[in-house]
Design a protein around this ligand. Structure first.
Ligand SMILES: *[C@@H]1O[C@H](CO)[C@@H](O)[C@H](O)[C@H]1NC(C)=O
Ligand SMILES: [Cu+2]
Length: 223
């Protein structure tokens, strides 16, 4: 009885260690090969509506070519690109996520270095200061000024159609399938992002296995 309960956790720990080793080696090999062809794409996460009318973080520095994923956390919100000086109103041909429920993700690629001023157009969220900026200028127009102008408006509006990004549930976005159905240009970057994420997830599960194995060993020794 004692031998069985002792051996199983040890086997699990060994299995988990083997799982942990393999992806780590594959990961370093693949990052080395992608580094030689192009700079690795970076992905940043902005949480929308967690605990209130906020983008978190609300000031984002994003290199050209990098991606930003807006993760919708609570209530319904949207992400609208505005024009500094016209608070809570959409800019022409700007980014629009559509109104999204918790669990959804809107992903954009930052194509330039100009500031991208953002707000949420739902109800009075913009008037409550639910605004953000990507790549704020080092001087002049500021997030504080954008926010205080927003709180001084009486209404918000938004574009009619989603633009400037891709929306989907969080589980679908490491878009190996979504990438291939859109433009071929975007597919390379998004598929490497996807594999990096699944490797990270695999490592997470392997670590969970190690922890489970260790807990089992401790439990068996205490029995
Ligand atoms: C960046 O460029 C791609 C390709 O033209 C386009 O699909 C995407 O909407 C652009 N991103 C933004 C934020 O406008
Ligand atoms: Cu909102």
């Amino acid at each position: 009885m004692v031998q069985i309960s002792f051996a199983l956790p040890l086997a699990l720990a060994g299995f988990a260690a083997a799982q942990y080793g393999a992806p780590a080696a594959a990961s370093s090999a693949s990052s080395a090969s992608s580094a030689s062809s192009a700079a690795p794409a970076s992905v940043q996460t902005v949480t929308v509506g967690a605990g209130g009318l906020t983008f978190s973080p609300d000031s984002i520095t994003a290199p050209q070519g990098s991606q930003i994923e807006f993760h919708f956390a609570e209530q319904t919100h949207d992400v609208v690109q505005g024009t500094f000086g016209k608070a809570c109103q959409p800019s022409t041909d700007g980014i629009y996520s559509g109104m999204l429920a918790p669990g959804k993700v809107f992903s954009i690629t930052v194509n330039g270095t100009d500031p991208i001023w953002l707000y949420c157009s739902v109800q009075n969220h913009c008037q409550s200061g639910m605004v953000a900026v990507i790549n704020p200028p080092s001087s002049g127009d500021s997030l504080d000024a954008w926010r205080s102008a927003s709180t001084g408006t009486s209404s918000s509006s938004q574009p009619k159609a989603v633009s400037g990004g891709v929306q989907g549930p969080a589980s679908n976005l490491p878009s190996s399938s979504g990438g291939s159905s859109t433009s071929s240009g975007a597919a390379g970057g998004s598929s490497s992002t996807g594999s990096a994420k699944s490797e990270a997830a695999g490592r997470g599960w392997a670590m969970a296995g190690v922890m489970g194995g260790v807990a089992g060993v401790v439990a068996a020794m205490m029995a």
